[in-house]
Write a protein that binds this ligand. Structure first.
Ligand SMILES: [Zn+2]
Length: 111
């Protein structure tokens, strides 16, 4: 597994670490937690603050996009479950169906 670049956007410092050590990677200068930017994105030199700013914006835009995508997926999943439940409830009840409805409702609550 190749090492990842963990960066501190405040100090413009990068630390290379194994990606799955489990420990938070701390900035050697300010001690705050660094952000994992992977291994493909080049780390700008410390002398180029405008490149750091661009990297920071790109990073948070990317993170934001992931969150938006996750929310959309959640909404879609919720609608699917609600439809499935309504369909089952419209049919005559039996033990299997009641159990299935409960199972789907639990999934829905967890979303
Ligand atoms: Zn720092």
């Amino acid at each position: 597994m190749s090492k990842r670049n963990f960066v501190c956007f405040k100090c413009h410092v990068a630390v290379r670490r194994e990606p799955y050590s489990g420990d938070a990677v701390l900035c050697p200068e300010c001690g705050q937690e660094c952000y994992n930017i992977g291994y493909k994105i080049p780390v700008p030199p410390k002398s180029k603050p405008e490149e750091w700013k661009a990297l920071r914006e790109e990073y948070f835009r990317g993170r934001l996009q992931d969150t938006v995508d996750q929310d959309l997926g959640k909404v879609r999943r919720k609608h699917t479950l609600e439809k499935e439940i309504a369909k089952l409830e419209a049919r005559p009840g039996n033990d299997g169906r009641t159990r299935e409805i409960r199972r789907l409702q639990r999934q829905l609550e967890r979303l």
